[in-house]
Design a protein. Structure first.
Lengths: 268, 418
């Protein structure tokens, strides 16, 4: 039985190609297709709100951003494309609104994940004692990634549409002293566990979450392990050995001069 | 024991009544008819009566952390009213290894060792999105032959994972035989993976820019033969399990996930496709590996119950075997490794890579600051979200059905806890 249903569904999908199943979306898209200038000015306006850099967005990304921009307007702080993923940074006040707009206007019915980012570089504890020579060295100054950030902590979420096959990565800035954001649980029920994880790992409080309690860690656990200043004990007990195990590429002879020449090869 | 029998009697009576109501027969006539058909039913009804008097309401039952249906150490605290679950709370974290933290103090090539151990049944498939992400950031593309080898091994790990499921699902609902078939046939596939990569469970075979080695001599012919074995095994499972009346009775209508609810919880992969959502990242996501070049069908099932999940995985096993044969036919020659620097330094950037893994959507959000290791890696694993629907899904089901639902969702603890 299911066989037949599937065949029919697939045929329909194949025949329709890029055309959409549901009508309002199809109408909107037809409009966008027929008159590209209708959607583009919105995007450009949004992009100009950001730092004025030229945005290299694909057609789908431009369309998604256009729809988001129509609803969120000024609340979008910055947007950029990261290897085919549209990254949009919204104002902290608009965090839940962004989810609602994604769910309704973008028809992103699927919540992939919610997580946090700590942009502060990991401290090099005791100068050269445990940190500097022991870990893959990261820059010491605080730099931000795609779509920027206002401070140390950010929230990062990815939502996707199972019908339109598109998605968007949403970011928002958090207060450093008391990170806090609106909960998405009422929009996406799956946000429950993700926010619990984010709460215990980064110490982000979610307003409106039914029960923020530990997910992975024991309930008496103190600290927020994924913050960069939370020490990784294993590395302090036994420092990273360095790049001692660089294996030669297939067909390439292993050279005896190990790290010295390997360092040089990195620049080639 | 008496509780179980009583509830069975109640259930069978309830379902008979439903069927009768559908046929337009009054409940009184039903109980009368039942009495005539089988007088022994009264004994069970008496048990049910006693059950009410004893009042077993609000009992807390701990399922796991060592229950066989939990695939590792998932603890499920369920509040019971008799045989019915009022509320369920999964307790996870028994296997939390903090991979997201550990990735920050390792170099890119070292991280594949970690992510092999996320979903240990399909380790190879875990490596692919991470390596692909690093390659995107570096602007390296693996040669076509390497891409084909990766895709073949990904599909082989899908087959290995699903064959275990197809056997084990029978085991969970009380049929011992399919489990032996599942383990036996999976062994053929694991042998192939071992022959190509050197590892049965943790291949660690992907390198940034390609694969560690080329395929060994005779591997292609061997794989062709094995795919025939797999296709035969699927026919067996179709006849032995999916076509089994008892199996159908135990799984049909049990644990129904509507498509929109499932998506809201982030349920993905075969579980979501079994709810009628036609979404497969191999076809619909950003292009990766050689899937755009392949001709394959995405299977869905409209029901969303445990049986649908079994059925969809059965079809996907077949489809994967066909895909492997297809890829072997068009396997290109050439190198398996692109030119990459000996020390991998990944330029500054962010990338989100998601792939359709056997258990569902697997994704890595990699943030690089130009060092030899990533600054931050968010690991999005399929089972975490697939299991997060349990509190919603288990409300109101009977205890034996909890096991069916857990088995049909098919999760791996390493994939939940990371």
């Amino acid at each position: 039985m299911p066989d037949e249903t599937d065949d029919v569904e697939e045929q329909v999908a194949a025949e329709q190609g890029t055309a959409e199943m549901d009508e309002p979306a199809a109408a909107e898209e037809a409009q966008a297709d027929a008159d590209p200038s209708a959607a583009e000015p919105t995007d450009e306006a949004v992009d100009e709100d950001a730092d004025g850099e030229p945005a290299h967005l694909s057609d789908t990304e431009a369309k998604v951003l256009g729809r988001l921009g129509r609803e969120l307007g000024e609340d979008i702080l910055e947007s950029a494309s990261a290897f085919g993923t549209l990254v949009v940074r919204v104002k902290p006040d608009a965090w839940r609104r962004a989810a609602e707009v994604s769910r309704t206007d973008l028809q992103c019915d699927y919540l992939s994940f919610i997580s946090g980012i700590d942009w502060q570089p990991a401290p090099r504890e005791g100068g050269e004692v445990a940190g500097a020579s022991s870990a893959p060295v990261q820059p010491t100054e605080m730099t931000f990634g795609t779509a920027g950030s206002a401070g140390r902590f950010q929230l990062l979420a990815v939502v996707e549409s199972t019908s339109h096959k598109w998605g968007v990565a949403l970011k928002t800035d958090l207060d450093e002293a008391a990170p806090q954001a609106e909960s998405w649980v009422s929009v996406y029920p799956g946000a429950d566990w993700h926010e619990r994880e984010c709460w215990e790992m980064y110490g982000v409080t979610f307003e409106g979450h039914p029960s923020l309690r530990h997910l992975y860690l024991p309930s008496e656990f103190e600290g927020h392990p994924l913050r960069k200043d939370f020490p990784l004990l294993a590395r302090q007990v036994k420092p990273w050995p360095g790049l001692v195990d660089v294996e030669p590429m297939p067909g390439e002879e292993a050279t005896e001069d190990g790290e010295a020449s390997a360092e040089g090869a990195a620049d080639e | 024991m008496s509780d179980e029998r009583a509830s069975e009697a109640e259930r069978s009576r309830a379902s008979t009544a439903e069927r009768a109501a559908a046929a337009g027969v009054s409940p009184a006539a039903v109980s009368e008819a039942m009495g005539e058909v089988d007088p022994s039913i009264y004994r069970h009804l008496a048990d049910a009566q006693m059950n009410v008097e004893l009042d077993t309401g609000d009992m807390i039952l701990n399922l796991g952390p060592q229950h066989p249906a939990t695939h590792g150490t998932l603890r499920l605290v369920v509040r019971l009213d008799g045989e019915r679950v009022i509320a369920a709370d999964p307790v996870i974290g028994y296997m939390h290894r903090g991979y997201e933290k550990l990735t920050e103090v390792r170099s890119y090539p070292q991280i594949t060792t970690l992510i092999n151990r996320i979903d240990w049944l399909s380790s190879f498939a875990n490596e692919v999105p991470f390596i692909h992400g690093a390659e995107l950031l570096m602007g390296i593309e693996a040669p076509p032959r390497a891409q084909y080898i990766r895709t073949i091994l990904t599909e082989l790990s899908r087959i290995a994972t699903f064959l275990l499921f197809l056997g084990e699902m029978g085991l969970q609902v009380g049929a011992l035989t399919p489990a032996f078939y599942g383990f036996r046939d999976r062994e053929h596939v694991l042998n192939l993976i071992e022959a190509a990569t050197g590892g049965r469970f943790h291949p660690n075979f992907n390198r940034i820019g390609g694969t560690k080695d080329d395929l060994p001599w005779g591997w292609v012919a061997e794989t062709r033969n094995t795919m025939k074995v797999v296709l035969d095994a699927c026919t067996d499972f179709d006849n032995l399990v999916a076509g089994n009346e008892i199996f159908e009775a135990r799984t049909k209508g049990i644990g129904i996930i509507p498509g929109d609810v499932g998506a809201g919880y982030g349920v993905s992969g075969s579980n979501l496709r079994a709810s009628g959502v036609d979404w497969d990242l191999r076809r619909d996501g950003k292009p990766y590996l050689v899937y755009p070049e392949l001709d394959f069908k995405v299977w869905t099932h409209p029901d969303g119950d445990s049986f649908a999940r079994y059925w969809v995985r059965l079809q996907e096993t077949r489809e994967a075997a066909r895909m492997v044969i297809q890829m072997l036919d068009q396997l290109p020659a050439g190198p398996v490794m692109a030119k990459v620097p000996r020390i991998i330094k990944v330029p500054v950037g962010e990338v989100w890579v998601e792939t359709e893994n056997p258990l569902g959507q697997m994704g890595y959000y990699v943030i690089s600051k130009g060092a030899i290791g990533p600054f931050r890696v968010k690991i999005r694993s399929a089972s975490f979200s697939n299991v997060s629907i349990l509190p919603w899904l288990l409300r109101g089901v009977y205890v034996p059905d909890v096991i069916t639902i857990l088995a049909s969702l098919y999760f791996i603890l390493g994939d939940i806890d990371r």
